[in-house]
Design a protein around this ligand. Sequence first.
Ligand SMILES: Cc1ncc(COP(=O)(O)O)c(C=O)c1O
Length: 417
Amino acid sequence: MTDLTRGWARQQDAVDELAFLRDRVYRPDPELLYLDGNSLGMLPMATRERMHRLIDEEWGRNLVRGWQHWATLPLDVGDRIGTLIGAAPGQVVVCDSISVNLYKLAVASLQAQPGRKVLVTDTGNFPSDRYVLQGVAERCKGQLRLVPTDPVLGVTLDNVRTYLADDVALVAFSHVDYRSAAINDVVTLTEQAHRAGALVLWDLAHSVGSVPIDLDAVGVDFAVGCTYKYLNAGPGAPAFLYVRRDLQDRLANPIQGWWSAADPFDMEAPYTPAAGIGQWQTGTAPIPGLVAVDVGAGLLAEAGVDRLREKSIRLTEYLIALTDAWLTPLGFAVASTRDPERRGGHVVLANDEAYRISLAATAAGVVGDARPPNLLRLTPAPLTTSFADVWEAVSRLRDLVASNAHLALPAQRARIT
Ligand SMILES: Cc1ncc(COP(=O)(O)O)c(C=O)c1O
């Protein structure tokens, strides 16, 4: 049985080899317990310094001359992210948002395989993924096929089988489910989709820097991911995309922006796509965001994704043990799988008052978030969270729910949760 004393949590922190990283992020409010790093990661101290240098020296002083070294950042930082997701150099580029990158790859997949008109995803995939795929299917005169998502286990092989046939162009799932935290089985599902002759795309938004993945070894065709969650690159920092090397020039980017061209400054020439992964860019690279991605990816590389994952499992197991002891008697239920091998970096708790509890928790200095229909999402990001933080967060939640403090708050959902 887990020891539920604060002393035990402190002992774990004392021997945690990643504990030093907790002080690498900006903490203007030392009392704040931040359990929402899978929505927006914290601000690394190194990013503050790097941003100041970018603004004062690189932009302020160098002005347009900065492009001499900024121009290759999308590919250089892409390679750095590649080391976190098992991608050899030259297959990852940092650009656009997940939504735009998914659009480019979905259209390219349909256009490269005229006999295949179907896109497959799952009913519980992140809304933007479903919306983009639905729009692409409609505009390309194709069809979107939706596999039912298990609310705890995510996409199961048994469910997927009946949705795959020789008319499927692309199968797109999330590696870690944004609500339940279920880890989908990348190896088996990729193999199954390939057996049907389809291309496969994985959305790594909730896994990059949190749950290891080995894209090259598995033979994944495409991946997309964002950098503002576990990569701590800040609000609106650019996303990334991975295209397996041998597909990069066989498929065409449907958004032929100048940054996807072979020579962007040969302005008289007709469009010729860049060779390799560079073709998958669109327009001007967002340099402040890219610089922040560079620092964030460096921090994760220093920690090591395997070590982070190991700590993350221990933190989420501890969070669940505290929940069972203190929150279940108050009406919460653990809604993520209890199998740590199948659970990503966050835990969801079901409670019909999840939204108001999330508001009250924020007021009490415990920041998580609520997701419909009745879920409270809590993320002890291993880079920035200690065992003592988890102990303190769950005890504050217990106290506020026991006192019914949340019932005084408005039940009407705000636009942003
Ligand atoms: C799983 C997943 N996919 C896609 C997105 C959307 O990403 P973007 O805003 O970069 O298009 C998110 C955003 O949180 C997400 O969690």
